[in-house]
Design a protein around this ligand. Sequence first.
Ligand SMILES: C[S@@+](CC[C@H](N)C(=O)[O-])C[C@H]1O[C@@H](n2cnc3c(N)ncnc32)[C@H](O)[C@@H]1O
Length: 202
Amino acid sequence: MISAVLPKLDGITQALIAGAKVADVGCGAGSAVLLMGREFPKSQFIGYDISKYALARAAEKLKLSKLTNATFADPRDQPMATNNSVNFITTFDCIHDMTHPQQMMQSIRQAITDDGTWLLVDIKAHDSFTMNATKNPMAALLYGVSVMSCMSSSMSQPGGAGLGTLGLSANTAEQMAKSAGFSRFRKLDVEHAVNAFYEIRP
Ligand SMILES: C[S@@+](CC[C@H](N)C(=O)[O-])C[C@H]1O[C@@H](n2cnc3c(N)ncnc32)[C@H](O)[C@@H]1O
């Protein structure tokens, strides 16, 4: 991430070196927050997740790391900023798992500064089942994972969007981001077997 992904984002490595406010939404056990926290000591990091198990692991790893520029929180207890004050927001492999991804994108827009950057990393998906099945050699595995995990997660609350593992194609992500108030959407030139990487800006 530090050497292959962040440099592809316009001005982000320099901003992190100088000192920026960063949130990782759907942070899981906190690896990305801790990795960036160690690399960029002048920046402040917060990881958000709704899983108490993930947050407990993140807290344990934070203690071992001895970092003082990172914290973790459940956004239901400590909501994300709504005053456009976060410079850089990351979401790794989690928007498609969320019950209300469109609402989350709106919250990200409310949190991010007007010149901020959202790094969206999600599964490399096409627009239809047929395209996924013919173009992605891992489609059978990914649809299996979807039924067992991602689809179940994304439909686990009433009205859940149910995007599932392969539900967030570049076109869908761009449309949703634009509906949430973002205007710039760029696919990054990052080689990865499973994931696609997007720079999204207000
Ligand atoms: C597949 S995991 C990815 C975790 C981590 N980003 C990674 O790459 O290892 C998806 C995460 O999204 C979290 N999640 C789902 N809905 C969320 C929400 N509304 N707000 C914050 N986190 C959420 C889940 O609890 C889970 O930890």
